[in-house]
Each structure stands twice: as C-alpha cells, then as structure tokens.
Design a protein around this ligand. Structure first.
Ligand code: SF4
Ligand code: SF4
Length: 164
C-alpha cells in the first residue's frame, strides 16, 4: 500500500488529461443510474481498502472544520470553541477553518484517529465517492485521486464502466 501511495501523485498526473475529459463528458451527460453505480463502486473499493493501512488523507491534507464540527469537537475536549480554534485551527485563503498543520494532530502513529467519533464531517465523507450527483464534484475528485488510492481506483473503474 505505501509503495502505491508514493506513486499516486505521478500516476494521477499521467491520468489527468484523460480524467479531465471523462469528467467534462460526465457533466454534460451523466448516466441516469450514476448515483447507484457510485454507491456500488464505492462499496466494492472500500470492501478491499483498509484506511488504517493508509491514512494518507489525514497525513497530507486536512479537512475543513465547519461550526458544528468545532462545537462538537471542543465539547469532546471540554474546551471552549475559541480555545479549540486557537490551539488547533487557522483560517485559510478561502476563509475556512483548517488544521494549523498536517499530518493531522489527531492522527495516531497507528493511523487511528483520536477523535474518530466526533471527527469533522469532511473526514467522515472523504473521498466523497458515494455522494449523490458525483459529477458535480469533479474538480475536487481530480485532486483527490492524487491523495487517495481508493478514489484513484474508483475513477479508473468509472471509466471502464461508464461509456460516454
Ligand atoms: S480515505 Fe483514501 S486516503 Fe484516506 S485513508 Fe482511506 S484510502 Fe487512504
Ligand atoms: S480528524 Fe481524524 S479523520 Fe480527520 S484528518 Fe484528523 S486524524 Fe484524520
């Protein structure tokens, strides 16, 4: 797995043009069963992917923290939301709260998340491959395939299974 993760940025670069063209077509003419197919591809991929052997998302890119995440996590730590923000977060160029640094402070050496039950919504949903109207997040997906081996494999499967 680690070797594959190392190669992922290069592999994704090689596929970028092809993926870009594919998603441009998908946006114009998404198949009617796309939501169903994405659910299937997502489940197939994650039945063989153990995120605990990877954690590349937690190591290389952090989630956005929305207000509800900040409230929930600071409560978990019995901290004031403002103290949680001061200790762990910063505001990025899009005016969103993000981690002060990566790898994520809450990631353990064993790849377990120490705030798993209360983790941000963005962490729960990453890499978003089972969301509805998947064609609408193609720009994000084009980035995520360079980080997430599961997302990379799912996009490769999409190209095989969807004829457009
Ligand atoms: S979601 Fe993707 S990048 Fe994150 S741990 Fe799982 S396989 Fe790795
Ligand atoms: S909060 Fe947990 S799941 Fe989210 S990036 Fe940090 S370690 Fe990973």
């Amino acid at each position: 797995m680690q070797e594959y993760i190392k190669q992922l940025p290069e592999l994704s670069k090689d596929k970028h043009k092809e993926n870009n063209t594919f998603f441009a077509k998908l946006k114009r003419k998404a198949p009617k069963n796309l939501d169903y197919l994405m659910q299937e591809l997502h489940e197939e991929e994650f039945s063989k992917t153990n995120c605990l052997n990877c954690a590349n998302c937690c190591k290389t890119t952090g989630p956005l923290f929305i207000d509800k995440d900040i409230e929930r996590i600071s409560k978990f730590f019995k901290m004031k939301p403002s103290s949680f923000i001061d200790n762990y977060l910063r505001i990025d160029e899009d005016n969103d709260y993000v981690l002060q640094s990566v790898p994520c402070t809450f990631l353990g050496a064993d790849n377990y998340c120490s705030i798993y039950e209360v983790r941000p919504k963005a962490c729960r949903e990453f890499p978003h491959t089972d969301r509805k109207k998947f064609q609408q997040i193609s720009n994000l997906t084009l980035k995520n395939v360079a980080i997430c081996p599961a997302a990379f494999n799912i996009v490769e499967q999409m190209k095989k299974r969807i004829q457009i």
